[in-house]
Ligand binder design. Structure first.
Ligand SMILES: [Zn+2]
Length: 417
């Protein structure tokens, strides 16, 4: 019932649900349930139908839901009552339905992965493991955390029909148990706004983000703007075909630059050509380790990438040890714009408002082909490859200078100001 912008948090959630076509709502309440019932009633004045179930003793986040199982639909969305959320619910709902997942978890990278409970996914986005704190320091993890919003297929909860005796938590108990049973848990990775108001400081910050429009423009219903980042020579030292995570080194100032993008509402999207995979020099598993290390090093400095796209292909075949199935002419290898186009679909990007930063002419040509503005950085090969006769919009010495320039010169607009 706490107010954000003069309106109870719960009312924000009900409006979000209704605006996406969800009108049957069950509130699982305990503490001060009387207050909630009095304000929400049967939901009719908000244009929805609400029933409130009051638990007598705390059953845990999942326990409360299991106790209400007979009232649940075949598929349903779970929101926590202490989170401010603005996500495109139809989008995650469709993804859940199309993938036929047992449960779809909203996940995202965060700016403190080292002290967060993390999860590990397959290339297709299926959850393969939960890694709870504290984390081993000799291992690199994906930066992905459970954001606390789910779409669940009721049938997957059948083993718990009748409720549970011990309190059950979604993250700590139910999802790991489902995974152990072989259920298919989909990680739906989204940069949209979802934050819990767990402390007075967080509450104040969320109120401020509500007032300045950060919350409103985060939904993927609204076009987003991105900065595409090349990897080798732009974010990390150019080692001429990096093939082991141990050899990866961040360039100076890179984590700070990425963190600036995170703070200023730009989606930070990595797009990298990795022909080492097609050449048989680096497996997909090792490439994942490399990117886990990249995310870990950025995470130590409170920076994150919203997405990582890579092209594993290479067009010229006929070499020993190569992987024939990847030796193709594809649409994703820069300068082709395939990775940019895929990101635009995944993140509802406005490419005309987006940028690409790279150190080679194939990066700059990819920006031209994808319709984004470009910056050549004088790190890595600094454009000396000379493969494509193309000029960038701007040239800077470092990624940090480039990001400062982009942020300072961003055009304010109704959606992005
Ligand atoms: Zn490709």
């Amino acid at each position: 019932m706490i107010l954000i912008g003069g309106k109870p948090l719960l009312e924000h959630q009900i409006e979000l649900a209704r605006s996406h076509g969800f009108t049957d709502i069950i509130i699982l309440a305990c503490y001060r349930a009387d207050l909630i019932k009095r304000y929400i009633g049967d939901g009719s004045r908000f244009g929805v139908s609400v029933s409130t179930i009051v638990e007598r003793e705390p059953l845990g986040t999942a326990g409360a839901l299991l106790a209400a199982m007979d009232q649940l639909a075949e598929n349903f969305v779970v929101l926590y009552g202490d989170t401010m959320v603005n996500i495109d619910l139809q989008r995650i709902w469709e993804r859940h339905r199309q993938s036929r997942a047992d449960a779809t978890l909203l996940v995202h990278p965060n700016d403190h992965p080292l002290d967060s409970d993390l999860l590990e996914t397959s290339a297709g986005g299926w959850i393969e493991a939960f890694h709870n704190r504290p984390h081993a320091t000799d291992h690199w993890f994906q930066n992905l955390v459970n954001a606390g919003l789910y779409v669940i297929r009721k049938a997957a909860l059948e083993p718990w029909a009748g409720g549970s005796r011990a309190p059950l938590d979604f993250g700590k108990d139910l999802f790991p148990a489902l995974l152990n049973r072989g259920s298919r848990l989909l990680a739906y990775n989204s940069p949209e706004f979802i934050k819990d108001i767990g402390t007075p400081e967080r509450y104040d910050r969320i109120c401020a983000e509500y007032q300045t429009g950060v919350v409103a423009r985060s939904s993927l219903r609204t076009p987003q703007r991105a900065v595409f980042l090349d990897r080798d020579g732009t974010l990390i030292s150019d080692k001429d075909c990096l093939r082991r995570a141990e050899d990866l080194e961040l360039l100076p100032g890179v984590a700070n630059a990425v963190r600036q993008l995170n703070h200023h509402g730009w989606r930070a999207v990595l797009a990298t050509n990795q022909p080492v995979v097609a050449k048989g020099w680096c497996s997909e598993a090792e490439l994942q380790r490399i990117h886990n290390k990249l995310e870990t090093l950025l995470g130590r400095e409170h920076a994150f990438l919203d997405r990582i796209y890579f092209c594993p292909h290479h067009p010229e075949s006929g070499f020993a040890g190569e992987r024939a199935e990847l030796k193709i002419c594809c649409q994703c290898r820069k300068p082709a714009p395939g990775m940019l186009i895929q990101a635009a679909a995944d993140l509802n990007l406005d490419l005309a408002q987006s940028w690409l930063i790279g150190d080679s002419t194939s990066d700059i040509q990819a920006a031209v082909n994808g319709g984004v503005r470009s910056v050549l950085v004088r790190t890595g090969c600094a454009g000396r490859d000379g493969r494509y006769p193309v000029a960038p919009h701007f040239v800077f010495d470092t990624l940090g200078q480039t990001v400062d320039f982009i942020i300072q010169n961003a055009e304010p607009s109704a959606q992005h100001s």
